[in-house]
Design a protein around this ligand. Sequence first.
Ligand code: GLN
Length: 491
Amino acid sequence: MTACREPASVLIERLSNGETTSLELTEACLAEITSHDGAVGAFLHVAGDSARQAAESIDRRRAAGEPLGRLAGLPVAVKDVLVTRDQPTTCGSRMLEGWTPPYDAHTVEKLRDADAVLIGKTNMDEFAMGSTTENSAFGPTRTPWQLDCVAGGSSGGSAAAVSAGFAPLAVGSDTGGSIRQPASFCGVVGLKPSYGRVSRYGLVAYASSLDQVGPFARDVAGAAMLLEVLAGHDRRDGTSVDQPVPPYGQQLEKPVDGLRIGICPDHFGDGLDPEVREAVERALDIYRGLGADVQEIELPHSRFAVACYYLVAPSEASSNLARYDGIHYGRRTDDHDGLVEMYSNSRGAAFGTEVKRRIMLGTYALSAGYYDAYYLKAQKVRRLIQQDYSQAFADVDVIASPVAPTPAVRLGQLTDDPLQMYLADAYTISANLAGLPGVSIPAGFSQDGRPIGLQLLANAFTEDRLLRAAAMHERETDWHLATPTFAGDAC
Ligand code: GLN
């Protein structure tokens, strides 16, 4: 097995007892990227030399006995939606092509403080809008398990990077499922934290009331370790919550006593792929075998979640993306006759189809005369969805469900039909609307070898219990140990 496919905790151990060096590990990851990323498409920027230099400097400091950070020497890949002062940041868009930001996102600062090696920026749907990474202006990301299928999205590059062994850890963002769904399609662990747990400072905004930054790893312990580094208060983000960060990794071995799991019958209705249903049911049996109590819960408003999300998210996006006007930010076209035409031609040339669609949807929903009927109504529905969860979490510790209705789909299968693509987000978006933490963990494979994830959601700021519940399943299974084959056509 290549070094970068080992779980992060094993690699940290090897680095600290001198069995390997950060430079060796970084070279191993770079070699994997060189061999396979042409077919996978996980990276938009690979930080070869700067990663080597960072690794060497950490190795020197280790040799000199200096104190080192929590992730010392470990290569970490970062979604291209987080600004980095020494690496370009495009958000998967022509609008920002060629831009290197003058500062670091809070989470990128945290990675540097933890002595991680930033190995590159990962591919994503343009401005994080999408579920397949096919909306990237720079080509799609494929799941390393089957190269004619998508990696999921919008953080497809980060999920694929961990799955392929390009980096043991990666960072993504999740507005409506963009960490959990690609984690499911790529067979890795991906966690969306509670809203406010991780600072959004330097995360390029899509829908600010929903966006959260979170970890990808090969196992639950790796996700816990990275979450510990990313989480914490930051006064530069007004929604960042000032609560201590629990030592998520410390209690993972401890099962949740008398674990109560809620399942919502609506999550198992029409449109759910039978192999996904089977995987979720098998996972529930595993939990039952461990003594968990699995009970039905009601989420009466969850059937409105897709409609609600696709009003709230585009509305916020239309406002957030107004800044890309060719003057304040972004690409300016020379092809114009006057100011208004300069705005519209710049935006027309540099934004992709899906981004334009969201801007139009959002502008319409917020416009005078329609605001009450669409945006305001959606906010009221959002509150009802939140209340459903508060009631459910009075009776259960976690809610289990599929992550997505199907395993990874073929390239092109969803792009022609935006409505189908939106509907496929049905299981993930309510957690964002309600601000709850959620995780996708490997739970099986389809017969033709595509990974299937299990989603667990928990009450706000109970990531510690969520991770412990996830670890209980992981200890009983070996899905997370399987490695991808890079099979299929990279056509
Ligand atoms: N698929 C959803 C969307 O397109 C979620 C994306 C995300 O979480 N960034 O909006």
